[in-house]
Design a protein around this ligand. Sequence first.
Ligand SMILES: Cc1cc2nc3c(=O)[nH]c(=O)nc-3n(C[C@H](O)[C@H](O)[C@H](O)COP(=O)(O)OP(=O)(O)OC[C@H]3O[C@@H](n4cnc5c(N)ncnc54)[C@H](O)[C@@H]3O)c2cc1C
Length: 357
Amino acid sequence: MKKEADCIIVGQGIAGSNLALHLLERGLKVEIVDDCWNGAACLVAAGVLNPITGKRLAKSWRSDVALPCAKKFYASLQKKLGAKFFCERKILQLCKSPEEAELWHGRKEDPAYCGFLSQYNPPSTVKNLNDNFGSFFINFAAWVEAPRAMEALKKYFLSLGVLKLEKFDYSRLKIGADFVEYQNLRAKKIVFCEGWKAVENPYFNWLPYRPARGEILGVKIEGGVSEHIIHREKWLMRCGQNLYRNGSTWDRINFRNNAPTLEARAELERALPQILGHGNFEIFEQQSGVRPCTATTRPHLGAPPKFKNLYSFNGFGSKGYALTPYFANHFSQYLLGEIPLDKEADLARHIRKFYKG
Ligand SMILES: Cc1cc2nc3c(=O)[nH]c(=O)nc-3n(C[C@H](O)[C@H](O)[C@H](O)COP(=O)(O)OP(=O)(O)OC[C@H]3O[C@@H](n4cnc5c(N)ncnc54)[C@H](O)[C@@H]3O)c2cc1C
């Protein structure tokens, strides 16, 4: 006898987890399959919810709706799971040059951004850090301690008996007109949330994914530094007494091999003294993960041509922690037939150019 469910979710990263939570909340029966791959982006991520990102210092896509939603969601999630992994923290943005300081000053004068930024702090204001071109605080930011959050989520789904720990084998999926079957599971729908591994999914590998590997270091800094999220080209954040996570790198070529590299380590080792103003730190760890980035920097949500019960909830790139609480709610409403998909995130926009049938 098969176990009946409304929805099978493949991948218990932050996307699959947040979607499962929303569907369970709506009273649906969910079954999750995850292979616990230790290079998943969700385990390595900085977990920063940052309203202003990128070289242009612009508001990130959908951040006006996604950030307030994410903050509320993680604050209540940690209560539900009985674990501590979320806090609101400002970002201490150390300017790396006079030109960058000018850009930030420009943003401070822009009415759409001024509320996000503190007054300019002149050089030598911040203790134990290199603020030689001054600094700003970015307000309304927050931090999810990614490894702890993922551990708590896994424990929760296991306690509900809805998480199967194994690799999903696409060749064993049976697709009917209004059902799917996988091993002992029978469900109305299946949603794929495998992160960058979507490039191996025969139903969605035609989508324009651009995976990007990122590496981070665990570092010990005697005497410690500010508790804020610190950013000067790279980020640095406290995760214990004198212990920090520092990242990250971008590699769009060697993403299939997940072993940490000497090149990434050297890049981060060179950048950290620029943040600290000295080189007194000790590396105790290096980790690598792959971001499920896409060619358009928009997620890939929806069903492929010819299938009505097969979906992708993927492609959250470098912002999975920030975007998935909002989009998991949006996507569960879409799955229940209540709303259409956000047009910019709907994978249908890629069919004409990339789908070969
Ligand atoms: C260095 C780095 C820093 C980052 N910093 C931030 C940040 O500050 N803020 C932010 O919002 N985001 C950040 N991100 C991005 C964020 O981590 C990703 O957007 C997010 O993890 C994507 O979530 P996901 O669930 O789609 O994919 P993943 O995290 O990759 O999870 C996919 C899951 O699916 C499983 N899986 C895959 N294939 C199969 C299969 N065949 N069978 C079973 N299970 C399978 C994997 O084991 C994994 O558990 C960062 C990422 C990196 C690498």
